[in-house]
Design a protein around this ligand. Structure first.
Ligand SMILES: Nc1ncnc2c1ncn2[C@@H]1O[C@H](COP(=O)(O)OP(=O)(O)OP(=O)(O)O)[C@@H](O)[C@H]1O
Ligand SMILES: [Mg+2]
Length: 368
């Protein structure tokens, strides 16, 4: 039986609640070779959506795909090697196991199925030890390989670059400039960029002095409607022969505000508490919320530490519905701090001078 209410990384297709329309829209754009930037705060479901998009592109559109999570890449060489390996894996699916076994690139391209598939693509980089290419040459190779494959076969290639805000830390402005320079002339390859720091991503793609200015269409991940959560929770719990009443579902959504990760977490805890009674009511939801809060405690504290004391003070005021501008003379400082919190994806602006928490459970944590 599939996992119930999975939490953590990207979730399987059947647990991606209510993203079908959005996913279809992005698939269409990518097939039309419009690159897309999807930026949203942490744990709202970017990667889940993106991996489902790649799956549909492969299965329904016969398109090649490759994905690299830039937050796990340390150097330019590492980025190049991973992109080449992922490109090869997409074209010659038999090599997937070799990839998960973390075989080096050299071994990978000597595999017979890779040779058969890539023979006329002229993998020009040297992979003999001691004869290594310079990292930037290898990167040129990595950036042009998907396009060469796709154009040879009259297919398309879609490349997912997750946690794209890490690009600057890997290779600085030079890497961003090289990416833009290479990507923009490609005719068979489109890119899906994900980022969790809306501010950094907007800077990379929306600042006219930066190389990625207007390279890709920026999309926001829409909220998951309550009705979609209701249907999903009822269906999943019914499969486990657990009943849930409407008031209990409302209570979960009131606690989490429909935040995807938090909703999954509270629903999961509620099901654990109802394993004997087979019935989730508002009392169980209250207890489940406390469990979830306890799990999130240290995550929230780490996030608050990273925001510094001014951010924490403002979040406290916002959580208690107190005026944000307590000291008139410091309004400029408050403005800046609020902008930072928006950029960091902790709060969102809903009207002039009015903000709300992206994650309602963090607001309750501030009160606790
Ligand atoms: N559409 C969804 N339906 C149900 N649960 C979701 C959905 N999107 C996200 N989740 C929940 O949130 C968790 C995190 O999702 P995911 O890793 O896709 O988010 P993310 O935005 O990429 O997060 P991060 O910023 O940490 O990379 C999932 O494991 C799942 O529990
Ligand atoms: Mg992610």
């Amino acid at each position: 039986m599939a996992d119930l209410f999975p939490v953590g990384g990207p979730v399987p297709a059947e647990d991606v609640v209510d993203r079908a329309e959005f996913i279809e829209q992005v698939v269409t754009r990518l097939l039309d070779r419009h690159s897309v930037v999807l930026s949203a705060p942490r744990r709202l479901g970017k990667s889940s959506v993106a991996y489902e998009i790649l799956r549909l592109l492969r299965e329904e559109e016969d398109c090649y795909t490759a994905a690299v999570d830039l937050s796990t890449v340390s150097t330019v060489r590492d980025l190049a090697e991973r992109l080449i390996a992922m490109t090869i894996a997409s074209v010659a699916p038999g090599v997937r196991t070799a990839l998960t076994a973390r075989q080096g690139l050299g071994k990978l391209i000597r595999m017979p199925e890779v040779r058969a598939k890539m023979h006329d693509l002229e993998l020009s980089f040297s992979l003999r030890p001691g004869e290594e290419q310079r990292p930037d040459e290898l990167l040129d190779e990595a950036f042009s390989l998907p396009e060469r494959v796709a154009s040879r076969e009259g297919r398309r290639f879609v490349i997912l670059l997750d946690e794209f805000q890490s690009a600057a830390a890997i290779g600085g402005p030079a890497l961003l400039a090289k990416m833009r320079g290479t990507f923009q002339v490609q005719r068979h390859t489109a890119f899906l960029f994900l980022g969790s720091q809306a501010g950094t991503i907007a800077q990379i793609f929306g600042n006219s002095s930066k190389p990625f200015f207007r390279f890709a269409t920026m999309l926001d991940l829409p909220p998951v409607p309550d009705e979609a959560w209701r249907t999903y929770m009822r269906r999943r719990l019914a499969e486990r022969r657990i009943a849930i009443d409407d008031a209990a579902i409302d209570a979960i959504l009131a606690y989490t505000g429909g935040h995807p990760y938090d909703t999954m977490l509270v629903a999961y805890e509620a099901h654990l508490l109802a394993r004997r009674s087979r019935q989730i009511d508002t009392k169980i939801v209250g207890a489940a919320y406390m469990e979830a809060e306890a799990h999130l405690n240290s995550i929230f504290e780490a996030e608050l530490d990273a925001l510094g004391s001014r951010g924490r003070v403002l979040l406290g005021r916002l959580a208690r519905s107190e005026p944000l501008y307590a000291d008139e003379r410091a309004s400029g400082t408050v403005d800046r701090a609020l902008r930072d919190l928006v950029r960091q994806g902790v709060i969102r602006r809903i009207a002039r001078g009015r903000y709300e928490f992206v994650e309602p459970m963090l607001a309750r944590h501030m009160l606790g």
